[in-house]
Design a protein around this ligand. Structure first.
Ligand code: IPE
Ligand code: IPE
Ligand code: MG
Length: 230
């Protein structure tokens, strides 16, 4: 049985869940963060080596300041509260995306957490922050041009934020929505995609394990032929 190495997640549905519970969208984000903690532990238990989490997209700036600021606050608190745990659990944090426009203090905390977890090996968590796949591809091509290298698949892949890690085996999107929303469009060409009806705060470890089990039953062809025709 092949264990997936890399799982990517579009953690969607926090806002709708918060409203459904007759609270606020931000209440949904707060609950969503609890789900994140559980799924990181579940991924470690299943020996997943890379977990990429879509936290804030290049398009999410269109949201009200109140919501954006709350998301930043949650991230800020998460780093403060979890730093010791991340070290203890041997978790490496890496940002994918461009955090230049993030608040100064938060940016410093993010850089710090990347630095102090750099050598950790159990699992790598890619936090997609101000991440947009088109922006990532343009950025890669700019680097290639600057280095006067050839524009080919290998080089474009290498200079993406995910250049040094395998492409996702599994993409999960919660929130009952079937779209990619500018996430990893280059890297997903042969990824197995699982759209989940539940909102992200409702997503459980068992849902996660179930997806991994279903993944293991899939015959991946990568454009070749299925076994029975070999
Ligand atoms: C979380 O879900 C994703 C983030 C941008 C943090 P949403 O905030 O998009 O929730 P819905 O989709 O509006 O319910
Ligand atoms: C994708 O969800 C972004 C994150 C989960 C961070 P969105 O809620 O922003 O996507 P759309 O706008 O519904 O496509
Ligand atoms: Mg959404």
């Amino acid at each position: 049985m092949i264990i997936p190495k890399h799982i990517a997640i579009i953690m969607d549905g926090n806002g709708r869940w918060g409203i459904k519970k007759k609270k606020s969208r931000n209440f949904g984000h707060k609950k969503g963060l609890i789900t994140v903690g559980g799924i990181i532990n579940a991924a470690i238990k299943k020996n997943i080596k890379y977990l990429t989490l879509f936290i804030f997209s290049t398009e999410n700036w269109k949201r009200p300041a109140k919501e954006i600021n709350y998301l930043f606050k949650l991230l800020n608190n998460y780093i403060d509260n979890e730093v010791n745990n991340l070290i203890k659990k041997d978790i490496k944090i890496k940002v994918i995306g461009n955090i230049k426009s993030f608040p100064k203090i938060l940016k410093a905390k993010i850089k710090n957490i990347e630095q102090i977890t750099k050598q950790n090996q159990k699992i790598q968590i890619n936090m997609a922050l101000n991440y947009g796949s088109r922006q990532e591809i343009i950025n890669s091509i700019k680097i290639i041009n600057k280095k006067s290298l050839k524009i080919n698949e290998k080089n474009i892949s290498n200079f993406l934020y995910t250049g040094d890690i395998p492409e996702p085996d599994i993409l999960i999107r919660t929130g009952n929505t079937k779209r990619i929303s500018n996430f990893l469009i280059w890297q997903l060409i042969y990824t197995e995609i699982f759209f989940v009806k539940k909102m992200w705060p409702e997503f459980t470890k068992n849902d996660f394990y179930q997806i991994i089990n279903n993944y293991k039953k899939i015959k991946r062809n990568f454009g070749g032929l299925n076994d029975k025709f070999d």
